[in-house]
Design a protein around this ligand. Sequence first.
Ligand code: MG
Length: 387
Amino acid sequence: MLTQNQIKEYEDKYLASYAAKSSLSKGRDYKEPEHPYRSCYQRDRDRIIHSAAFRRLEYKTQVFVIHEGDYYRTRLTHTLEVSQIARTIAAGLKLNGDLVEAIALAHDLGHTPFGHAGEEALNELMQGHGGFNHNAQGLRIVTRLESKYPEFPGLNLTWEVREGIEKHTSKYDAGVEKGKLDPNKMPTLEAQVVDIADEIAYDNHDLDDGLTSGLLEEGDLRKGIELWDIAYKQIYKKYGELDKEKMKFQVIKSLINNQVTDLIQETENRIKRLNINSVQDAKSLKKRVVNFSDSMQSLRNPLRKFLSEKLYSNWRVFRMSNRAKRFIQGLFDVYIDKHNIKLLPPQLVKRIAEDGQHKVVCDYIAAMTDRCALDEYKKLFDPDEKV
Ligand code: MG
């Protein structure tokens, strides 16, 4: 059996000097004996997979609300794609794949039902009570809300995984409550890899889902988006004409490959140029190191603009989001009414004394899956529905 110490030796031998090795971990808030044959990050990954919040990702919206069709990505399949892409990048850069995987699998745990519409609604409803942000909520889930271990609240994850969850940022994440975990330093390279893998995953799967739904047209991509056209020509050169489905899959596969390859090469160059030889070297810099080349960045920008204009702002997506906000608002108004405390599950009512009713109601709604929120809404508002 490969022992935990042998895993450490393996990491010392095969990972880069700037990788976050498990032997260097700052450890857990509550001291625990190490596992005999899993590294601390492998153990964190396993705790995340076995959490309730992870399972709920299956029925949470990415862009398309779940009842729009079974084909589309959910938070769970998105998370798995992020993890796959992040592990590939980590291996290419000789970073710690186990840490990358743990952060990737946890990166969206704090999401509400109905995607960003749900997050916006909860943030508005929580003004004056700390607002709502999915990264901060993710951290709250793993440090407090998951309740499985007699010895401690939450999952007692290592410092590095918690830092990765908090530092995770994207275009939706402005204003993250930064600070608890090394506020003046950059995230580890492993956490930076997950952030970019998240972008690569959603840009590309949203193209796929957007084309499948008919909200996006392949012709528009061919005409207006150079990055798409480059990938299309690569596939056409290799196979000639293909049927629509195969072509779409192959072009998107190629898009991901082109971006990941550029990212690994550019990051490797920067690591050499900036003389990064340790975790601390990377954390002390003013800017993130893991990034695309300028030429790839300028090819990516029009693609992202296209997605934003044609998909995220599409009237059908807007209708889904708008309705979702009304569900969340409706649920919140009912639970926040002092006369309705008994509608909340008893274990949550107990927490009101410590956390206040707003926070408890917010945790309750944020944890719901799309399906659960819809069912609950019907139970509360539809006179024909069983309670
Ligand atoms: Mg994500």
